[in-house]
Design a protein around this ligand. Structure first.
Ligand SMILES: [Zn+2]
Length: 341
């Protein structure tokens, strides 16, 4: 593939305004899809989005066969390891996330302390237990999140565009729609938890997709959405070299505020926002930033194991600060459907 893919010059998907100013422009840094791609800021509402963008019917060509989310899944199982560790994980799930079925009669103080330490990580890898345990993962890839949910007792279903990835996800469920979110046949109100991890930034119409996901929620249900944070420290520091840009695959670049607007326009309300920051993403951004300045030797040195290790160690200290400053590299929101007035 050496010819740039056909593009469309679409206005802001959030407010419809056609006025926009360029902010960042980059080639495809990850998979070398030909072309140069630009992110603009809407003059009407401030939304950051790719414009022009690859036409809908060519978007699949932006994803190579070795796209990471399509590889063999590696679910991050919470209950594993020694019997002490498993007891602590069960306690954390029962006490912190509502998994009453995992509650043990007697739990030692040591197990509670250990469980409390595990809770933060477990919150990121396991959905809270809600309602009747019916779970849908939108854009499930090869099924890592489905595998975790199924192991925790959820009845799981998935939606995935990519055939090969969906074939792997079938390992966890027969209820798998291969194709577009908007054409998935699930009935409204069918699920207690719907998740979309790093999906909404890939779709041409995020409001329509968010509305569809909210419609699938049963009363009391929770929608969980995670996207890169274009309002975070990394985007501010590295600009066009920020790893979250991922052009041309990321069509929308949300901040906490614009994601909230999208959810509101889709008929929902954001009830919490979490920030995540991992050293890795800053190091990817730094490496691209150095390359953009022609400092290739320096960029390569950040990939040398020792230098990478030292930088990573420094960042391990700094990233909790970014999280606390609510300026993380990814944001995860929980949203509920608004009740009809
Ligand atoms: Zn707009």
């Amino acid at each position: 593939m050496t010819v740039a893919l056909p593009t469309v010059d679409a206005p802001c998907a959030v407010c419809g305004d056609s006025g926009a100013d360029p902010v960042w422009a980059t080639p495809d840094r990850a998979f070398a899809v030909p072309g140069h791609y630009t992110v603009v800021r809407c003059r009407g509402c401030g939304f950051l989005y790719q414009r022009p963008r690859v036409r809908d019917e060519h978007l699949a060509a932006c994803y190579p066969d070795h796209y990471p989310r399509h590889q063999e899944p590696s679910p991050r199982m919470p209950i594993k390891g020694s019997s002490g560790r498993r007891r602590a994980a069960r306690w954390a799930l029962a006490s912190g996330l509502g998994y009453e079925a995992l509650r043990a009669a007697r739990v030692s103080l040591l197990t509670r302390l250990r469980g409390r330490r595990m809770l933060r990580r477990i919150r990121w890898s396991c959905p809270p237990w809600i309602g009747a345990g019916r779970y849908l993962d939108v854009g499930c890839g090869s099924g890592a999140a489905l595998g975790v949910a199924a192991a925790l007792g959820w009845r799981v279903a998935g939606i995935e565009m990519d055939d090969a990835a969906a074939a792997l996800a079938r390992h966890f469920t027969d209820e798998l729609h291969v194709g577009d979110v908007l054409t998935a046949p699930f009935a409204p109100g069918r699920f207690d938890v719907v998740t979309a991890f790093h999906v909404l930034e890939h779709v041409p119409d995020p409001i329509a997709v968010a509305r569809r996901m909210l419609d699938w929620l049963a009363p009391g249900g929770l929608l969980i959405v995670e996207v890169p944070n274009a309002g975070g420290l990394g985007a501010r520091l590295f600009g066009g070299a920020w790893a979250g840009l991922e052009l041309p695959r990321h069509l929308s670049h949300f901040t906490p505020a614009t994601l909230e607007t999208v959810i509101a326009k889709a008929g929902g309300t954001v009830i919490w926002t979490w920030h995540q920051a991992k050293p890795r993403t800053y190091l990817w951004s730094l490496s691209a930033w150095l390359r953009d300045r022609g400092w290739n030797a320096l960029a390569r040195s950040t990939e040398v194991r020792l230098v990478y290790g030292v930088l990573k160690l420094g960042l391990e200290v700094l990233v909790p600060l970014a999280r606390r400053a609510r300026s993380g590299e990814a944001i995860r929101i929980g949203a509920v459907r608004n009740r009809p007035a």
